[in-house]
Design a protein around this ligand. Structure first.
Ligand code: PLP
Length: 446
């Protein structure tokens, strides 16, 4: 396969963009990233004209795939034709907010912003303001965007910034604990309960190899936060409108968070974020309350049109059934392949996200209970060694994935996530044929 145009573009990019990219993960592919020219359904075509089945799907926003259906397309185009934006309110923002409040169980009110990062920044500020406390509990290895409160590693007793540029004194207001560990959660509340403003957690850890919650884990977080007067913030930037359909993961797991952060699908492929939740909290944002929050581009009419029409299309068509069905075919097909070729590896994912984590060890294959993706099932013979939290995925064979597996998948015409930690995303543009070809590619590459 010829990649000369991508190579040459990367050469130019390295001179003018740090690392040749505008977001770090895009530079993960070895030896250089492919430059995309256009999308087409479940496929992308690169700068050299090569066509691939695309499971990256923009890192999650493209639930409908690269070809948006006619109503979405025409809503976006007519909005753009009416002028880019106004800096004044428009009806489409109200309509979109009404749709989300109708469908997502815990959301009574919502503030739209421009990225998932902006959403989690504002959610943390809001939680600190309403509780008059400083500490935010996060999950080790989780990702909530490029922001000061959450780019923190270490443990509850030794938090430290995970990047240059964040003062240690900021990191001391963040408490990283292991996901899926109820004892750790209980202990931090015993120790710091009166200082904890919120627990910020993804319902399914979808940025670190995909980790499913243990039965009862979120219920425990809900109980602890309520008991101690802290808020529970669900970060549904990835899971929102993908896991659990239009009611989101909180509906699937029947958990009632105080605040929810959104991004990705809620903007239909355009830059977006949002903070939703109980009126008593969301109404604390300015100008209704006194927690400052603002943005020139927030509620951008083109984004609002794309997001709302995408969600309406999902409400009226079999989008979630289609993507979840293909997701299941992929996970079950991968489980069969791993049983023969790499029994120590782990199939993870749910609904329309999937992944093979290159776990190490001598284990036999996952039992049938986890054939549709690891469910942290205590009866599974591999329960003890399957990843329980994102940080466990760091111990997997990340170099084999990056240097051997992914480049060979590209040669087979299949694009999987750019590193071992990100999810693969199924879209409405994918077909059963894409699934079959992808499984064949895994079979010959693993
Ligand atoms: N929260 C989660 C769970 C995410 O996965 C991401 C990005 O992938 C973010 C927040 C940040 O969103 P954005 O990249 O739009 O700033």
């Amino acid at each position: 396969m010829n990649h000369e145009a991508s190579r040459s573009l990367y050469g130019r990019a390295l001179s003018v963009l740090p690392g040749g990219v505008n977001s770090s993960v895009r530079a993960a592919p070895q030896p250089y990233p492919l430059f995309v020219e256009r999308g087409d359904g479940g496929h992308v075509i690169d700068a050299d004209g090569n066509r691939y089945i695309d499971w990256v799907q923009g890192l999650g926003p493209l639930l409908l795939g690269h070809d948006t259906p006619e109503p979405v397309q025409s809503a976006v185009q007519s909005r753009a034709a009416e002028g880019p934006m106004y800096g004044m309110p428009s009806e489409i923002e109200v309509e979109h907010a009404e749709f989300v409040c109708r469908h997502v169980p815990s959301v009574e009110m919502i503030r739209f912003v421009n990225s998932g990062t902006e959403a989690t920044v504002s959610a943390c500020r809001l939680a600190r303001a309403v509780t008059e406390r400083n500490k935010i509990v996060v999950m080790q290895g989780g990702y909530h965007g490029a922001q000061e409160t959450t780019l923190v590693e270490g443990d509850a007793d030794h938090p430290k910034p995970s990047t240059a540029g964040i003062p240690q004194s900021f990191a001391e207001h963040t408490i990283p604990i292991p996901f899926n560990d109820t004892d750790a959660a209980r202990e931090v509340f015993e120790k710091h309960g009166d200082d904890i403003a919120a627990v910020l957690v993804e319902p399914v850890q979808a940025n670190m190899g995909i980790v499913y919650p243990e039965d009862g884990y979120h219920e425990k977080l809900r109980t602890l936060t309520s008991r101690h007067g802290s808020l529970l913030i669900f970060d549904e930037v990835i899971t929102g409108f993908r896991i659990g359909g239009l009611q989101c993961a909180q509906g699937k797991f029947d958990i009632d968070p105080d605040i929810t952060t959104f991004g990705k699908i809620i903007g239909g492929g355009y830059p977006v974020g949002a903070i939703g939740g109980k009126t008593e909290y969301i109404e604390q944002f300015t100008p209704a309350g006194d927690v400052f929050q603002a943005g020139t581009f927030s509620g951008h009419p083109v984004t609002m049109a794309a997001g709302l029409e995408t969600l309406k299309y999902c409400a009226e068509h079999d989008v979630h059934d289609h993507v979840n069905e293909l997701g299941q075919q992929l996970r079950e097909g991968l489980s069969d392949i791993l049983a023969d070729q790499a029994p120590e590896y782990t199939v993870v994912g749910t609904d329309s996200i999937f992944k093979v984590v290159f776990t190490r060890g001598e284990d036999g294959p996952q039992d049938d209970c986890c054939a549709n993706g690891c469910r942290q099932d205590h009866s599974c013979s591999r329960y003890a060694t399957c990843p329980k939290r994102g940080t466990d995925v760091k111990g997997a064979e990340t170099d084999r994935y990056a240097r051997l597996f992914r480049p060979q998948m590209i040669e087979e015409g299949v694009l999987v996530s750019q590193n071992q930690f990100e999810s693969n995303f199924v879209s409405y543009g994918h077909t059963e044929e894409d699934v079959e070809e992808t499984l064949e590619a895994y079979k010959s590459t693993l």
